[in-house]
Design a protein around this ligand. Structure first.
Ligand code: NOJ
Ligand code: CA
Length: 556
């Protein structure tokens, strides 16, 4: 693989930006973000360096789970615009070099979806078997709940149907029966439809639940992973460079299975394991958790990659940590019960958890951008947007984007009471302090820094295409990684601790006159004839180097 082939797998070196149309920008002044408003901000995203927008669900929905309860898969929520507005937005994005993917939420539908309404109303309806029914709640099955405290069972009685139905998420989200060939056919049709109107792929919601057949009594004539393989080839036939990004929040070895033995299932998976290691490493001010996670990270098939993130639109789930570790993170980043959720996560964004410490925030993003995979930003992270704990549950981190110091942070011209969600308040985190317009004018702002980080990341394809090695250092607070690819190599070093650090290491191939070129402008570093390097890092500092290759070494 060399640079000329990277466009075939564009998603590997993409910079993803996840957003909720509803909270991004209101184009018609009704208080709800929409596609017209989003289209107006495409140049902002292009300037930031984003190469792929991930849209959270934008379909007609009962909106009891922020759009993850879809009631029509073939339309746009009229509050957000029309299908025409959607196509105009996708086209504008494409013109600026930005692809668009969206959530594909087909583990379940809304309870109000006409399929479910038909299914519950009549046992003879062709839609009856599109869902999973039982006369009694099955014994011995999985009783783990996704939303403990909000749901008590995965089965709900329906009076009209006279049976219980399966729901792995909220009771208003009945699970589809993927053992039914017509359901699988419909999922293909949904994918086909959105590819046809311009999408470049999908973030598949809740993949393990989608493939799970527990509770389903129908015989499934195709093994679930073979079905996922079929779906991938269908996608490829319809659109050669489209991609599937999976939400697979499992242990590493289990996630690996979703890429397929031959690399023929999901192209990418969100890296929850690394994400939780990041939380621990930040709290411990020690690289240990990240080193451990990197060592445990399975080798992926050639055309596959991780999608790495700091925070996403849900709670910061810490479900993979031990109870003691989770409590440590809670104490450091979310000590009060209102900041915690489901006993496993935090409903906060990063800047507030780090008390607004710019150096530490930059450390977290520099880390995530330099670990193997493609980075995913959640809207507002580039300006240090905070959460609004007054918004219930997981929605606290989905407050409106802050564009300027104008009323409603420039999100909408509607009266504040008419906004679909309240803006973050307060002198420290509200729009007066945190907004795009001010940060665009300030070369030292987080936004200006993030632009540079994205540029560096895009110019460092070896992070995702290259061979990676942990460089051995003595200091437990320091993480040093080396990537080699296509005749170039990067050494990227982070100091997890608040204190300044000196470190030294040895490049395993003596490199003669070669040196390390500092790519953030803090000064190049020389390499001894035996390959030894000594350098210093500021507290929470990061250094991205590229190895200067002498002609002699290039040939090796
Ligand atoms: C995962 C999504 O990220 C979450 O927000 C949603 O509630 C569930 N899947 C159910 O669709
Ligand atoms: Ca609107």
């Amino acid at each position: 693989m060399d640079i000329s082939r990277t466009s075939d797998v564009w998603w590997k070196n993409a910079v993803f930006y996840c957003l909720d149309v509803e909270t991004f920008r209101d184009g018609n002044g009704d208080g709800i973000g929409d596609f017209i408003g989003l289209a107006q901000q495409i140049d902002y995203l292009a300037g930031l360096g984003v190469t792929c927008i991930w849209l959270m669900p934008f379909h007609p929905s009962t909106n009891r789970d922020d759009g993850y309860d879809i009631s029509d898969y073939y339309a746009v929520d009229p509050r957000l615009g029309t299908l025409g507005d959607f196509v105009e937005f996708v086209r504008t994005a494409r013109d600026r070099g930005i692809r668009v993917i969206s959530d594909l939420v087909v583990n379940h539908t809304s309870r109000e979806h006409p399929w479910f309404q038909a299914a519950r109303s009549d046992r003879k309806s062709p839609y009856r078997d599109w869902y999973v029914w039982r006369d009694e709640v099955p014994k011995g099955g999985s009783d783990s709940l996704v939303f403990p405290g909000e749901e008590e069972s995965n089965w709900e009685w329906d009076d009209k149907a006279g049976q219980f139905y399966l729901h792995r998420f909220y009771k208003h989200q009945p699970d589809l029966n993927i053992a039914h060939p017509k359901v699988r056919e419909e999922i293909r049709r949904i994918i086909g439809f959105w590819l046809e109107v311009g999408l470049s792929g999908f973030r598949i919601d809740a993949v393990p639940f989608l493939l799970e057949t527990e509770g389903i009594t129908h015989e499934m004539t195709i093994a679930p992973h073979n079905w996922l393989r079929d779906l991938r080839s269908f996608l490829g036939r319809r659109c050669g460079d489209a991609m599937l990004l999976g939400e697979v929040n499992l242990e590493y070895e289990d996630v690996r299975r979703f890429y397929g033995d031959e690399g023929d299932e999901l192209h990418m998976c969100l890296n929850f394991n690394l994400n939780q290691a990041l939380a621990l490493a930040l709290v411990h001010q020690d690289a240990g958790a990240l080193v451990h996670s990197l060592r445990a990270m399975p080798t992926l098939p050639r055309d596959a990659a991780w999608a790495n993130f700091v925070r996403n639109h849900d709670e910061w789930s810490l479900d993979k940590l031990t109870e003691a570790e989770r409590q440590e993170v809670f104490r450091a980043f979310g000590p009060t019960p209102e900041m915690q959720l489901f006993g496993r996560g935090l409903r906060r964004r990063l800047p507030t958890m780090l008390g607004g410490d710019q150096a530490r925030m930059r450390l977290a993003y520099s880390l995530i951008f330099s670990l193997p995979g493609a980075p995913v930003l959640f809207y507002g992270e580039e300006i240090g947007l905070a959460e609004n704990l007054d918004i219930p549950g997981r929605l606290s981190v989905r407050a409106p984007m802050q564009w300027s110091n104008e009323p409603n942070g420039g999100f909408s011209t509607a009266a504040p009471d008419n906004l679909s969600r309240p803006v973050v308040e307060g002198r420290k985190w509200g729009p007066a302090a945190i907004n795009v317009a001010d940060q665009e004018r300030d070369p030292r702002s987080l936004l200006s820094w993030m632009e540079r980080l994205i540029r560096r990341r895009r110019e460092t394809p070896e992070i995702v295409f290259g061979d990676r090695r942990l460089v051995s250092v003595d200091e437990p607070e320091i993480l040093a990684l080396r990537y080699d690819w296509d005749g170039q190599a990067s050494i990227i070093i982070h100091n997890l601790a608040a204190k300044d650090q000196k470190t030294s290491f040895k490049l395993d191939r003596p490199l003669g006159q070669d040196g390390l070129v500092d790519r953030f402008g803090e000064g190049d570093v020389s390499v001894g004839r035996d390959g030894s390097v000594s350098l210093s890092l500021a507290g929470y500092g990061y250094r991205w180097f590229r190895l200067r290759q002498s002609a002699e070494n290039m040939a090796v």
